[in-house]
Design a protein around this ligand. Structure first.
Ligand code: ATP
Ligand code: MG
Length: 428
């Protein structure tokens, strides 16, 4: 066989059999963010490389080794977005969306990271991202966490735990950083290569290490809460009280740091044991310094991203029943007159019942082969029209999933009949 071209490693096709699960997931998440007043922003997939280097931080996994970066034909360095927050902030600044106003924004789409592909980890993956600007919290922090909890509830996802922590202000973080450098420098011989590299550039990231051999060292490291400034401490305590009042369970994880440089104060992750190693389905926090860092005015901000592939994997293991997207009706047509009339009749039905999913047989075929196709389509009913029915203005309605008898129906009454049978009033 000649060499056929395959997809790029880690970049998956979403096939027709999977797309209805994606649509269900996207629709549900969209409903939830809209219920909290978030508005969609659509952002380019490509940005100047500088944007990510500056916002995510030079000493991070993403910038050091995961970005798809190339020079375009003008010689500018561009990068396929590895995450959405940087683009969102860039767009908001560029279009004046942060001047004296709060913003609640969300977006959905592919992100690109050159990671080692494995279960739950791809090179093109999809996120829903949510960002809120110009609110200091902790009320908005709490509201966003409640919103994520509502997402899981709507999706029927259990077995997820909320972990929260506070990274403090840049000042308290700097003091904590010094303490970490001192501690880990004393243990330099036990550090793995990644951690050694991070020790000078970004020591907090050592806490984020997934290397099991590093864990006991990390356990014994200075604890972040001991270094928190008063402002951050009371912000965090107030957040906890809000979550308590709302009845949302959480764990305080003092070792929780996020991989990106721009976080301040609240950080959080929703984690699960049910997906193996890639257990974080949603992560985010407060990033009060980022807008200013990118050249804007000081602007408090809070956001998170959730990974759709991991959520889908949880849907597959969970109880939530996905809505059926197969056609309601398969229209069987036999004879030239029936084909002519059938095309028009099908569109008449679609006019009257806009959300009807109707598949018209194309390509002729015997009754037997058309019924086979009807059965394979997953349709509930076949509508059958031969030349006689076409002539007499009738159509036969034949149930495909039950033993009930077929009935002959005037074409003019078919829509009403089908609505009753399918319970489609709500769809009209
Ligand atoms: P991880 O620790 O798993 O590498 P991360 O800290 O890099 O995650 P974020 O940048 O915070 O992840 O992205 C938020 C969410 O996006 C993650 O919790 C995860 O659900 C999803 N995600 C991140 N990277 C990938 C990937 N390569 N493939 C699939 N989903 C991903
Ligand atoms: Mg990562």
């Amino acid at each position: 066989m000649a060499n056929t071209i395959q997809a790029i490693r880690g970049m998956k096709d979403i096939l027709p059999g999977e797309s209805s699960a994606w649509q269900y997931l996207e629709d549900t998440l969209r409903d939830v963010v809209h219920a909290y007043g978030y508005r969609e922003i659509r952002l380019p997939l490509l940005e100047k490389t500088e944007l990510f280097k500056r916002s995510i931080g030079e000493v991070t996994d993403i910038v050091e080794k995961e970005m798809y970066t190339f020079d375009d034909r003008n010689g500018d360095s561009l990068t396929l977005r590895p995450e959405g927050t940087a683009s969102c902030v860039r767009a908001c600044m560029e279009h004046g969306l942060l001047h004296n106003q709060v913003q609640r924004l969300w977006y959905l789409g592919p992100m690109f990271r050159h990671e080692r592909p494995q279960k739950g980890r791809y090179r093109q993956f999809h996120q829903v991202g949510v960002e809120a600007f110009n609110m200091e919290g902790p009320d908005i922090d709490a509201e966003m966490l409640l919103m994520t909890a509502r997402m899981w509830k709507r999706l029927g996802i259990r077995d997820v735990v909320l972990q929260i922590n506070s990274l403090g202000t840049p000042g308290s973080r700097a003091r904590y950083r010094d303490a970490l450098v001192e501690y880990f420098s004393g243990q330099a011989s036990s550090l793995d290569a990644d951690s050694l590299r991070r020790l000078q550039g970004n020591p907090l990231r050592i806490l984020d290490s997934k290397n099991p051999e590093m864990q006991s060292l990390i356990e014994a490291a200075p604890s972040l809460p001991d270094y928190l400034d008063d402002d951050s401490r009371s912000h965090f305590e107030a957040l906890c009280l809000l979550l308590d009042a709302a009845g949302l369970d959480y764990e305080v994880n003092p070792r929780l740091v996020r991989g990106l440089d721009y976080y301040t104060k609240t950080v959080f992750e929703w984690v699960t044991d049910s997906l193996g190693a890639q257990g974080t389905i949603c992560a985010g926090g407060r990033y009060d310094g980022l807008v200013e860092y990118l050249g804007g005015k000081p602007t408090p901000a809070f956001g998170f991203a959730l990974g759709l592939e991991r959520l889908l994997a949880m849907l597959a293991t969970g109880a939530a029943a996905l809505p059926d997207s197969s056609p309601h009706i398969y229209l069987v047509l036999s004879g030239e007159r029936a084909v002519h009339r059938g095309m028009v009749f099908a569109d008449e039905l679609r006019n009257v019942i806009p959300r009807l999913r109707l598949l018209t047989n194309c390509g002729n075929g015997s009754f037997k082969s058309q019924f086979k196709r009807a059965d394979r389509s997953g349709a509930q009913y076949a509508l059958v029209m031969g030349d006689d029915e076409a002539e007499q203005g009738n159509v036969v309605i034949k149930p495909l999933r039950s033993e009930s008898a077929q009935q002959v129906c005037a074409q003019s009454e078919a829509a009403g009949c089908l609505r009753d049978l399918l319970g489609l009033e709500r769809l009209a």
